[in-house]
Design a protein around this ligand. Structure first.
Ligand code: GDP
Length: 549
């Protein structure tokens, strides 16, 4: 092999070369290379730190109102005027002097996206639910995202001031989901509140602190700071600005900061009231100026000894990032499972189940969980009705999971994201197939004989009702191609409505054998007339796959 000095070799070649010289190789993941080695803190150096809290919930259930209410009533003494700028996180001080840091991220998607990047910044999650509404799909998602992260939950049942509010109904629904709240004899704390009227907020914060006490959160303020990036941007006047959340140590002006693949000396720091500060200790957020780029939310940061150190690590990370972006498959896929079991580092399989109706989602999830063996635990970390969304993909990425769709499809955004991140999305139309395939994968024997391949997607642009013929869909082939002989599925809002065959495929009144991407065509479906504008007709083939050893 002819290679240049800075070219990377593949693992196999490295092994051969090392072996030749009598060395043994050990491969470590990118995370290990990226990590900055840090000395463990001694027990006596640790001091209690305040908890970092995220509020999540369904839209319009009062997340913003709750955060506003907390902000306005708990302004740190002598600093009237409240918080003047949004920096993604802020600190409040309660009447008894204790502090809580709130992460003001735009929902559980952001929370999980940060987790996917390695940041575990939240200590306690508040799940807010409007008492005049119900436990909504996004509420369930938020609960599952917090659950997957292993973060304790406190429920805030909001809008109790409304005459139509029925907090007991919400608690009943939570109980049905196995989240039994305290006043029903369970272990989850919940508090009835009105974010608008300011009722129950202090009690809620008390409960959050109680939950935090159990975690015994500690940090050592007397060391160089480390933590996570909350958000960052390029500001016209000030250059790159980043909000950081210090998790350990104390960050000071003048420190050399390394965040993701960017670095720089801290020129100035501000708090959420736009006041200049000189240092930020454990659990404190700060707006930092001086980085040479905008790291991503969820990147970790460290304070380095010298500029040179920071530059070296940043360069190494950048190179690694470039190399990783060339590799497509880095996440778990069903096909990987057999191999990973063989090398013995696979103990649990995290699955996200999406389906067209509640019954099949439940049935499929139950059967999948029952596949658990002594060696491999199957967890359904999230299940819901509806199309596969971007947030499902993010959750899969953060939890090293796979997504199983039953009679549903990913949204365009989800498909793109899954491709980028290498997330395995498996689509099925028969529950039994899904279970068999997962089972086979767990036994390390995955090799389907007949595989389904989606060959094209066609969008319905117009619908004509023609007597004696039925419904004809004026359509456009969006990708791939559609053949007259293809089997098809009709998909509406990501859910499979009908599975069948074509009755006719025409271009300008002529019958044709196939239509390619970018062309219009007229389609009618055998025994099905309920076609609507915006539906997707998916063409698929069943192809035989050779068993591989
Ligand atoms: P978000 O989408 O979760 O951030 O919800 P918002 O905080 O924007 O609240 C949605 C709507 O509910 C707004 O019109 C609020 O005024 C209203 N709202 C929020 N909390 C309460 C409450 O405790 N009582 C009543 N009556 N309305 C509330």
């Amino acid at each position: 092999m002819f290679v240049s000095i800075n070219q990377r070799l593949d693992a196999e070649t490295i092994n051969i070369v090392a072996d030749e010289f009598g060395f043994k190789t050990e491969f470590v993941s990118a995370d290990v290379v990226n990590a900055i080695s840090e000395a463990e803190d001694k027990e006596e150096d640790l001091q209690p730190r305040s908890p970092i809290v995220t509020v999540m919930g369904h839209v319009d259930h009062g997340k913003t109102s709750l955060l506003d209410s907390i902000r306005n009533t708990n302004v740190i003494e002598g600093e009237a005027g409240g918080i003047t700028q949004h920096i993604g996180a802020y600190n409040v001080k309660l009447p008894d002097g204790r502090k809580i840091t709130f992460l003001d991220t735009p929902g559980h998607e952001a929370f999980t996206a940060m987790r996917a990047r390695g940041a575990k910044v939240t200590d306690v999650a508040i799940i807010i639910i409007a008492a005049d509404d119900n436990v909504m799909p996004q509420t369930v998602e938020a609960i599952n995202h917090a659950g997957a992260a292993g973060v304790p939950i406190v429920f805030a049942i909001n809008k109790v001031d409304k005459p139509s509010a029925n907090p007991e109904k919400i608690k009943e629904r939570l109980a049905e989901m196995n989240y039994l709240v305290e006043d029903w004899g369970g272990k989850y704390q919940s508090q009835d509140i009105s974010a608008k009227k300011g009722i129950g907020i202090n009690e809620l914060l008390e409960k959050v602190l109680l939950e935090a006490d159990l975690l015994e959160l500690k940090a050592n303020p007397n060391r160089k700071a480390s933590g996570s990036i909350v958000e960052s941007s390029l500001d016209k006047g000030r250059g790159y600005v980043a909000t950081v959340l210090v998790e350990n140590g104390t960050l000071r002006q003048g420190d050399v900061l390394l965040a993701g693949s960017f670095y720089g000396r801290v020129k100035a720091m501000f708090n959420e009231r736009n006041q200049k500060i000189n240092e930020a200790g454990p659990s404190a957020p700060a707006l930092v100026l001086g980085l040479n780029g905008a790291p991503q939310a969820g990147d970790t940061f460290n304070v380095m000894e010298t500029d040179q150190d920071a530059r070296n690590v940043a360069a190494r990370r950048e190179q690694l990032q470039r190399e990783q972006s060339l590799r497509t498959q880095k996440m778990l896929t069903l096909d990987d499972i057999g191999r990973r079991i063989a090398i013995g580092n696979f103990q649990q399989l995290n699955i996200i189940v999406k389906g067209d109706v509640d019954g099949s989602v439940e049935a499929l999830s139950d059967s999948l969980i029952r596949l658990s063996t002594e060696e491999i635990q199957v967890n359904v970390i999230h299940k819901a009705v509806g199309q596969i969304s971007e947030s499902d993909v993010t959750l899969a990425a953060a939890s090293d999971g796979i997504i199983i769709g039953f009679q549903v499809r990913p949204s365009l955004g989800a498909r793109r994201e899954a491709e980028k991140q290498g997330i395995d999305i498996r689509l099925y139309s028969i529950i039994y197939d899904a279970i068999e395939e997962v089972k086979a994968a767990m036994e390390g024997m995955l090799s389907p004989d007949i595989k389904e391949e989606i060959t094209g997607n066609v969008e319905v642009l117009d619908v004509f009702k023609i007597t004696k013929v039925g419904t004809v869909a004026g359509s456009m082939v969006r990708d791939g191609k559609i053949k007259r002989t293809n089997k098809i599925r009709l998909i509406r809002d990501g859910i499979v409505i009908f599975t069948g065959e074509l009755d006719s495929l025409k271009r300008f009144k002529e019958d044709v054998r196939e239509v390619l991407s970018g062309y219009e065509c007229g389609i009618s479906i055998k025994n099905f007339n309920d076609i609507k504008v915006g539906d997707i007709i998916e063409a698929y083939e069943q192809i035989e796959v050779k068993k591989t050893l």
